[in-house]
Design a protein around this ligand. Structure first.
Ligand SMILES: *Cc1c(COP(=O)(O)O)cnc(C)c1O
Length: 447
């Protein structure tokens, strides 16, 4: 067994100069793995010859594969602004820089500087949120799903929650409202029919065990035609009359009026109704970090704070600091400091300029077309409603659209296919990424 004998010794192999600058523990474990595979393959006859150079190369490849970051930067050319699969919302670079200082030093996260005693984590952000929204108090948890769970668990465990059948939705990633309600210990009382629910349906369902009237944003679907549901304002009124809690799971929550005639009400609109509780995501149209934001009456928020579950849903200082940046930007009227808002409010003329800039920089022989198109905001924010956008169609005679999409993906650009054409939508391509888009088109269509 000459081949077996020529397998290098581990000690000798890991001492090679090619591995000098690498992490020695990882080189060691990869070497052991590689050499034992080699031994096995020699014994079963799959390997009949090898060289040490090949082994070194293989090890270096495995090392690189294992150590490269698994999250990588992408260019979102789908046009969908709140794209959960691509990280949902972007954080403003300047805001992130300001927060860096806080994260790399100790801070007053739970420390009252005046009294020198323990402070409250959530009070830090409450001032800016409450002055912005005119609410009594606020609580931040991990995401809106946790907000729903915490609220139901606190107020409706072993009690009944009345909710419209038309709002028992499933949201992406198999978050099903009825299942979450069950998990929380709340008993769901469904009222109305799929397409119609009236106020009297809620009223008729109220009984001794009822604790809450809940409304859920439909998020990713809408019912057209013969349909109606009850406005949250009416639910708030009814709950108040009956001494119950009203709660609206808004899904996405935004703090400014939307452009392009989108008539989705903002958090501020709902706050005017003086609700018991509202909750919404930090990283949908709010355009901040992943979080669940609960606002409403202080007596209810106080009860939420006493639930032991909160400890498990507690957010880190990074979340609070980034959220505060976003709320302050809105409070100071600087919504252009929020990337989501920036992208949403860009005019099609601006988008066309970017598209033309890319087109002009391309090599002459590449055929592209600038087209008017429509895109979704995404994230269940404005179901079935589109906003105008501008895209570049890449026309290639010899590459099929599916292949084209894959080639762009390999260059970290995620585009979309529409009517058998591959397009790059400029609604979500950042200005700093234009040159990278030019280079990718040149390289891909060159072959
Ligand atoms: C998106 C959404 C949720 C979940 O929010 P996350 O922040 O993703 O946890 C809950 N309810 C509704 C209605 C939603 O649209």
């Amino acid at each position: 067994m000459f081949l077996l004998k020529s397998i290098p010794k581990v000690d000798k192999f890991i001492a090679k100069k090619e591995f000098k600058t690498l992490g020695s523990a990882l080189v060691m474990s990869l070497t052991k793995e590689l050499l034992s595979e080699l031994r096995e393959n020699i014994l079963n006859g799959r390997v009949t010859t090898f060289s040490e150079d090949e082994l070194v190369k293989e090890l270096l490849q495995r090392y690189t594969e294992l150590t490269k970051p698994s999250l990588q930067t992408l260019i979102n050319a789908t046009g969908i602004i709140v794209h959960t699969n691509l990280g949902r919302s972007l954080i403003d670079a300047d805001a992130f820089d300001r927060v860096k200082e806080l994260m790399t030093n100790y801070n007053n996260l739970e420390f009252n500087l005046e009294s020198g005693k323990r402070g409250e984590r959530y009070s830090l952000i409450s001032k800016s949120v409450c002055s912005l929204l005119g609410c009594e108090d606020v609580l931040i948890v991990n995401n809106n799903a946790s907000a729903v769970f915490l609220i139901l668990n606190t107020f409706a465990r072993k009690k009944e929650v009345v909710v419209s059948r038309g709002e028992l939705v499933e949201i992406g990633g198999s978050f099903r409202v009825p299942d979450v309600m069950k998990q929380s210990g709340a008993k769901l009382v469904e009222v109305g029919t799929t397409n119609k629910t009236h106020l009297y349906d809620y009223e008729d369902a109220i009984g001794k065990k009822t604790s809450m009237l809940m409304k859920v944003h439909k998020s990713n679907y809408s019912i057209e035609g013969f349909s109606s549901d009850v406005e949250f304002g009416e639910i708030v009124k009814l709950a108040c009359e009956k001494g119950l809690i009203d709660y609206y799971d808004m899904g996405s929550g935004h703090l400014f009026d939307l452009p392009y005639g989108l008539d989705e009400p903002s958090v501020l609109d709902f706050m005017k109704l003086n609700p018991s509780l509202l909750s919404f995501s930090g990283d949908k149209l709010l355009g901040s970090v992943q979080a669940g934001i609960i606002v409403g009456k202080k007596k209810y928020i106080d009860m939420l704070k006493k639930n032991q579950l909160l400890r498990m849903l507690r957010v880190d200082k990074l979340t609070l600091a980034l959220l505060e940046e976003s709320f302050k930007a809105i409070l100071l009227g600087n919504k252009e400091q929020i990337p989501t808002a920036r992208m949403l409010f860009r005019s099609t003329d601006e988008l066309r300029e970017d598209a033309m800039q890319v087109q002009q920089k391309l090599k002459k022989n590449i055929k592209t077309n600038i087209v008017d198109t429509k895109t979704l905001i995404g994230g269940g924010t404005t179901p079935n409603k589109t906003i105008p956008s501008v895209a570049l169609v890449i026309e290639s005679k010899n590459i099929k659209v599916k292949k084209l999409q894959k080639l762009f993906r390999q260059k970290s650009i995620i585009g979309r296919i529409e009517d058998d054409e591959f397009l790059l939508d400029f609604r979500t391509i950042q200005k700093t990424q234009l040159q990278q888009v030019v280079d990718a088109i040149d390289e891909i269509t060159d072959v």
